[in-house]
Design a protein around this ligand. Structure first.
Ligand code: TRP
Ligand code: ZN
Ligand code: CA
Length: 441
């Protein structure tokens, strides 16, 4: 009698199971850096950056010699970068737009974790002109921020602020992609970007070391890096507003960046302090077919790449090890679980943690219920990710759920509201959530 009542309820209950729950929004949590070990910014492997440039060169070669907006070489470049980021654990978004009758793409990559109210964003345009493969302009910036992002993943960096990277489409047509991104970014999200760092041409064959004259903190961060390696810098003057930082600046976002020079001529004084050839352009192949893999100065590319990582790490202020351990967050308010009814929830708000969750977040579940097989139990992370902890199983007639489940929470921020959702799938018995406890071991 009891069992058949349960079985007849299966279809109705499973129809009810979906869609009843709206995840609580993640609260704005203060970034608790207490006890965090500051991390030394990494040395970016210039060999890896060069490998990305080799791959971009191959893409251009296989696609009519360029990676320009609307051409097959552009989409192939986007696919190449996106695959690397996806494999490294980034959350990637392909943003489509139309320009000059062709589809363009921005690629946005977010590193899960950090305070999303304080975003440190780095960007580079990925398109070339139609004349050539665009390895310095701007394979160089694209490859350097790609390797920086991959190093974030490799070192499992846990920044206090949130990291975002962007590869822009159609910069060469007038910063079309970055303008599109900003025009479609809600005002509230604009104000969450603490700073935007732009890298357009950083491997010039006859290099200079130019720092954008903009946000003082960003500017000083780059200058400090170059001073530390004994390389003098100059303020960038070859055309303010000539790259993707301009729309960010216009939107009121603090900007900065690096540049190794385009078609301006290196002076004798510049050659004196930087080496290279005076009387020759920083990049004599600027916007030309000879902007190939051969059009890169490895030392300049290496220094600029390391400067990027230095700035990203310094400005996002994080740690490499989960600094907070042994923290327990608990909710012991009883929550009735209606018999064969909709899901009910119990939540805890996690604060004061830095970065993402641990590999083994302990989820303590204490439910009083005479027939625990009725119960389906999920954990919902602050970002809405649902972890199934227990499925319903009508034949499990034992009483109560007293379990500690282990969840890999490394893909999301620790701080925010975590929710236990319990649904009684079959009629016959009812119970209540006695306690919900999260332990960060
Ligand atoms: N954005 C230009 C291009 O892609 C290159 C350039 C010229 C530039 N002057 C600049 C980039 C000054 C940054 C700053 O063709
Ligand atoms: Zn460029
Ligand atoms: Ca029941």
């Amino acid at each position: 009698m009891k069992i058949s009542a349960r079985l007849s309820a299966v279809l109705a209950a499973s129809a009810l199971a979906v869609g009843a729950f709206a995840a609580a929004p993640a609260g704005a949590q203060p970034a608790g850096a207490t006890g965090a070990l500051a991390v030394t910014p990494p040395d970016i492997s210039v060999a890896n950056v060069k490998q990305h440039l080799t791959d971009l060169q191959s893409i251009a070669t296989a696609n009519g010699g360029n990676r320009a907006h609307g051409r097959t070489g552009y989409k192939a470049s986007v696919d190449f970068v996106k695959a690397k980021l996806d494999a490294a654990g980034f959350t990637t978004t392909l943003q489509q737009f139309t320009s000059s009758g062709a589809t363009g793409y921005n690629l946005i990559a977010d590193w899960p974790g950090g305070d999303t109210n304080q975003v440190v964003m780095s960007g580079a345009h990925l398109d070339s002109v139609t004349a050539g493969p665009g390895i310095n302009d701007n394979g160089s910036g694209s490859a350097a921020i790609l390797e920086t992002a991959l190093t974030v993943s490799r070192t499992q960096y846990q920044p206090t602020k949130h990291l975002r990277f962007a590869w822009w489409g159609a910069e060469e047509l007038g910063m079309v992609g970055s303008k599109y991104y900003l025009n479609n970014l809600p005002t509230a999200d604009r104000s969450k970007i603490s700073g935007y760092l732009n890298f357009d041409m950083i491997g010039s064959p006859n290099p200079g070391y130019f720092v954008y004259d903009d946000d003082p903190t960003i500017e000083q961060t780059f200058k400090t890096y170059f001073a530390g390696i004994g390389v003098p810098t100059e303020i960038e003057t070859e055309g303010d507003g000539r790259s993707d930082h301009a729309p960010f600046k216009n939107a009121g976002i603090p900007v900065g960046g690096l540049f190794s020079g385009a078609d301006y001529i290196k002076t004798a004084a510049q050659a004196q302090k930087w080496g290279g050839t005076s009387g020759l352009a920083f990049d004599r192949c600027y916007h030309a077919s000879c902007d190939t893999l051969a059009n890169i100065n490895d030392t300049g590319l290496d220094r600029h790449s390391d400067a990027i990582a230095y700035a990203v790490w310094t400005l996002s202020g994080g740690s490499s090890t989960p600094p907070s351990t042994g923290k327990v967050f608990e909710n012991s308010t009883d929550v009735p679980i209606p018999d064969g009814g909709p899901g009910v929830t119990s939540s805890v708000t996690v604060t004061g943690m830095t970065g993402n969750g641990p590999t083994n977040l302990q989820v303590g579940v204490d439910i009083v219920h005479p027939w625990r097989g009725d119960l389906k139990i999920d954990l919902i992370a602050p970002n809405g990710t649902v972890y199934g902890l227990k499925t319903a199983n009508v034949s499990d007639s034992a009483a109560n759920v007293q379990e500690s489940y282990s969840v890999n929470a490394t893909a999301m921020a620790a701080n925010g509201t975590w929710t236990l959702r319990v649904q009684d799938m079959f009629t016959g018995d009812s119970g209540y959530i006695n306690n919900f406890k999260l332990t960060f071991p």
